[in-house]
Each structure stands twice: as structure tokens, then as C-alpha cells.
Design a protein around this ligand. Sequence first.
Ligand code: ADP
Ligand code: ZN
Length: 722
Amino acid sequence: MVAGVLVEISNKNVDKIFDYKIPKELEEKIKVGIRVLVPFGRMMIVGFVLEIKDEFNDKYELKEIIEVKDEDIILTDELLELGKKISKDTLATLISCYQTMLPKALKAKHDSVVNKKYDTFYRIKGEIEEKLPSKQQELVDLIKAKNEIIRSEALEISSSALNSLLKKNYLEEIKKEHYRVDYSDAIVPKKELTLEQDLAVKKIDLKKHDVYLLHGVTGSGKTEVYMELIEKALLDGKSSIVLVPEISLTPQMVSRFQQRFGKKIAAIHSALSDGEKYDEWRRIARGEALIVIGARSAIFAPVKNIGIIIVDEEHSDSYKQSDMNPRYNAKDIAIIRGKYHNCPVVLGSATPSLEAYARALKDVYKLVELPHRVNGKELPVVNIIDMNKEMKYSKGHFSKELLEAIKIRLEKKEQIILLLNRRGYSSFVSCKNCGFTFKCPNCDITLTYHKSSNTLRCHYCGYGEKNYEVCPSCHEKALSNLGVGTQRVEEELQNNFPDSKILRMDYDTTSRKGMHEKMIKSFKNHEYDILLGTQIVAKGLDFEDVTLVGVINADTGLNIPDFRSSENTFSLLSQVAGRSGRSNKSGEVFIQTFNPNHYAISYTKKHDYIGFYKEEMSIRRALKYPPFYYLVSIRVSGSDEKEILNEALKIKRALMRNLENTIILGPSSATIFKLNNIYRYNLILKYKKEPNLLDVLEKILDHYKNKVKIKVDVDINPSQML
Ligand code: ADP
Ligand code: ZN
């Protein structure tokens, strides 16, 4: 017999199935979907068995499979097919797709590192006739009472007694696999659903596949709806997958699930070690965990018999893998798996992506709405503050109104969340005399000023140098630090309110494992009055005593050269505003902006998603952007600027010859034109219908697959335009 094996080398040249002879003694063990070790050239390589055939072509002497790596199938038929589809749709190598689907521990080079852990237990073997010394008798009695005990417990009584009993062969030793993640089984009674929630649950049919868009305002209780649906699926013996944008940033949501479903949950955190992730993966594969919660890659969890798939905050761009192949979108995968399992897929958001809402209006998705908050209160009042006027009076980052509002809340002992939008924004040094700014010599981006080390650093490649005393360009002593960091805003805030307790939360302060969760707990316990942070504070937090939300700079996101910048700003502002007044007390929001008339801001004030949607759609239509057109971005990169521009132009001509209905833009230099001394040009394709497109792109990629100096990357339906 012969096995078709896909080897673990991600290179377009070897991304095909190679035949290997199955030695007689392995015939029983070899199954489709397991990994094997095979000779490949001069190496030994791990590969996946994708097919098994009876006969083979005698012309060549086939090499033999050396050994079997897995006892159980790791890629089910469903996942094998899914990998092929992703490879076809994203033009990534098949092996890269399978690798993305599996935990790291199952990849070749990690193979020897991660071992299963075992716990040892003891039981009594048979009747013990002799009279035992007291310690040994104590141990025997304990084991008899409990039926079995774990080694550590036996050692607590006496290690020598344990050893004697083992020597006399009175004890049976049992090894049980030890999972590294522990879940408590605390079950909190579920909440009674509101009428609106109950109606939403009833609209979702668990018996067949449909895609639902759950459009629920902030605080409308979407999570409770998810949990009810999952419970219904469980009662039917079915499992579920819940995707969240960044699991490490949503501990509150995960703990709500754990409190309700206990050990049935597998939470796939980025903070888990490779070994812990592997444990979770196996608990899922064995059907011990029936509810999987995780970020993007959790969509590949080896759950069988799925009853529902939920994608929370569906508008988040984190569902798209943008930085490496395969450039897949977990929402697409959710729908493919939903069809396979004939189960519903629920996309939830307070601010749905334009794509999703447009589909819902066309009845491609079914729209389910939660228009009111659970607490029955109105959404918080949003005040827009024109910072152009404010700046005439004040030098700081805070307007008079916002400071006054903070003061009132502090007096009432209510809590405050402040957002400093730092997307594409950080502190940098510039010369007041000549306007000179420091840029990275490798990457062509502004260097960031680090106060603690007094250095200038590139956040892309890590380049760094000491900060300067005088401007290198005009030699004046006029350098100054521009831009805002959370630290500076914190200082200013503390000066204004010396007695207040401020908790600063950004990617720096939360990078240590468990830190973020700890901060959230201490804020919930009122150990702080004000939570000041970056985008992190906009995400899914639920604090009942927060009645004021302030946005310090609403505009930074609007300046990003991306056609989605208005949509992202509207969504961020609406989300953060939604943290205010979620419980008994009414909430209020202040948004500071230099663009008070921008529609993304004025629709946030009115909590008018539909109004924003309509206005943004008319712009997208006029400019031929999604959801009216599909996009593909092609990046050509290399160290020789002239050469890559030439190649980009060649690619454009080839596309023009072969495509009929596609608009081709560029080549234009990428937003970050030079990164690590590699130049980057982009081409952008816009089309409505272009049946040949994938074939044409595949040919182009094939043409460049062996070129060392030029790299071509294709991103189909990109989420960011950088
Ligand atoms: P969303 O995700 O839509 O913003 P959440 O699911 O976080 O809203 O719910 C907001 C708050 O309301 C949470 O504190 C939640 O525990 C509470 N809640 C949700 N549903 C109910 C209910 N039916 N009865 C009482 N409280 C509820
Ligand atoms: Zn750099």
C-alpha cells in the first residue's frame, strides 16, 4: 500500500503530495489525517497522510515511511477539506493552512519539547493479611476510604510508608493524564432573560444553517443571548465555538462563561504556553470540552458535532490574519464550518461591519436586533467638545467641560473611564525651529521617544539611538517632545485631581501575564477612581459604577490612510461610549475633537448606527470600495527600489492583459514604504465579478516563487490598507 504525504516545508515548490510505501508492520497504524516521519532528500521530515492507495506505479522505487507520529487522527475529514478550501481561496500553500489549524506543539520542530504530563494515583490491590505499622495502616485506611489517592497526598502522610507498601506489592499504581489548565466548576445561576433577549434567542434556529447578524446596542445583553443558545445546543448534545477579538483582553467575558459552564469550557488564551494549548486542544478533540472560547485561530478547534458558532464583536479586524499566510478571515471559516455542521453562525456587534449589515439588509444574513439596554435606561448622553476653541484657553489635554465632569463624578464616588486613542500615534521628537523629525534609517517611519531611557526607537525594526540635545539639521537647541503618551496624560490628570486614584492601562502596563485581569478586578473593587488607557479600555468592559466616559483625542484614527478609518472611528467611539451607565445609574460621555462636524463623530453623538451606515455607504459606492466592490491587495517588496517598481509595473501589465472587469490601482508606495531596508509597493484591485481572478493571481505567484530578491504577497479581501 501507498500513502500520499504532504511534507512540512512551506514552499510553493514542494506543496504537493508525495507517495511513500507503507511498510507491512505499519499498515494497521497508518490512517488518513495522522502525521508520519518520511525521508525527504537527505532529511527526515514530518508530513501529513492525506490519502492511502492500494496500488502504485512500479516505474519508480518508492521510499518507505519510517515511523508513525500519532495514534489518533489529528486532522479529521472536515479539517482536511477545510485546509484545501482555505489554500484555494487565499492562494497560500496547503501545508501552511494545516499548520495554522493545529497547535504549535503538533508542528515538527516542537515535537520533542512538549510531553503529556501524568499524575500517579494508588489503589489497594487485594486483602492485606499482616498487621501493619501505624503509618502504613493510616495510609491504607485513607486509600480504602477514598478508593484511590494521588501521590502527593500519600507523600504528605509518609514517603517511607508509601515505599514499603509499594515494595510489598500491596498497591496498584495508576497513571492519569494531567491537564495543565485547571477549571473550577463553580456554577452561577443564569439570569432570567428579558423579553427582548428571549425573542432574539427564539429567532435563531439551531436546527439548520443560517448566518445571523445580532445587532445589539452596548449593554443590551448579547453575552446572555450567546450563553442561552449554547446551553440549548448542549442540551441537544452539541458543542459550540465562541470567537472573541482578543481573548486576553476579555477576561470578564471568559469568566462569565466559566461561571455558567464550568469544566465544559476550553479557553484558548494567547497567554497559555504551547503545552497548555496542546492540552486544551486534546481536551477538545476528545470531546471533554464542549465549548471553545478563543481568538481567531480557535475557529479551527477540533470540535465535532458543532451546534452553534458565535463571532462576538464581528466588526473587529482581528478576525483577519493580515501579517502572514494563509491570510484567512475567521468569519469566512465560521460560515464554512457552520454549513458543514448544518448549524447557525451568529455574528454579534453593537456596530456591525458595513459588509455584514449590507448582507443583513439584503437578507443574505438574518437580522436579529436588541435595540435597548438590559437596564431599561437610555444610552448615555454624548457631548462633543470642539478642541479648536478649547486650545485658545488651555495648553493641556483636557477641556474645561471634561475636567468639570470628572470633578463631579469624583465627588459622587462614581467611576470614570478615559480613552487616549493611540492608533498610529505616539510621542515623537521634532525641531520647533526647522520642523525636522527623526526617522528610522531602515524603515522610513517616525522614531518614538522613550522617556525612561531617553532614546529614540523604531517600533517596527527595533532600531534605537540616544536622544539629541540639538537639532541635527539646523543645529538649534529647539527639539521638543510632541505627541501624547498615556504617562503624560496621567501626570496632567493627577495634577488636576491630586487626591484621585488613577489606573493606567495600555499595552506597556498589561504585557505581563495576568496583569490585565488583575487591573480589571481592582478597578471593579473601587481601588481606583479613574481608568485611563488606550483602545484596550473600549473592549467589552462591564463596570456598574462607571458613569462617565471621556475620549481625549477622537481624531487620531481619522487620519489613517485607510478607507475604513471613519468606520473604525465610529465603532471605537460607540464602543467606548457604551461603557458608561451600564447599570442603575445613568451615564454620560464627553468626546474631545478637532473635527466636531465629522459624520463619524456626529452619528456617535446620536447613537445612530443606521444614519452612519447610510452616509458611509454612499461614500463607498462613489469611491468603489467594499461592500460594493471586492478588493485584493498585492505587495511587491525587495531591497532594490528600482527593480521592484519595475516588477510591480510588469505585474500590473500582466493583470491588465488577463482581467476584464477589474480596476487596477498603483503601483503606489506602501504607507510604510521602507521597512528593515526592504522597499514595498502596493497594487490594489477592485472588482465586482472576475471569474479568472484566482487563476491569474496564482500564475503570478508561481512566476515569483523561486525569486530570492523579489517577494510578492497577495491579500484577498484585506482588512487594512497599509
Ligand atoms: P453587551 O455585550 O450587549 O454589551 P452584556 O452581555 O455585557 O451586554 O450585558 C450587560 C450587563 O447586563 C451585564 O452586566 C450583564 O450581566 C447584565 N445582564 C444581561 N442580561 C441580563 C438579564 N437578562 N438580567 C439581568 N442582567 C442582565
Ligand atoms: Zn526601523
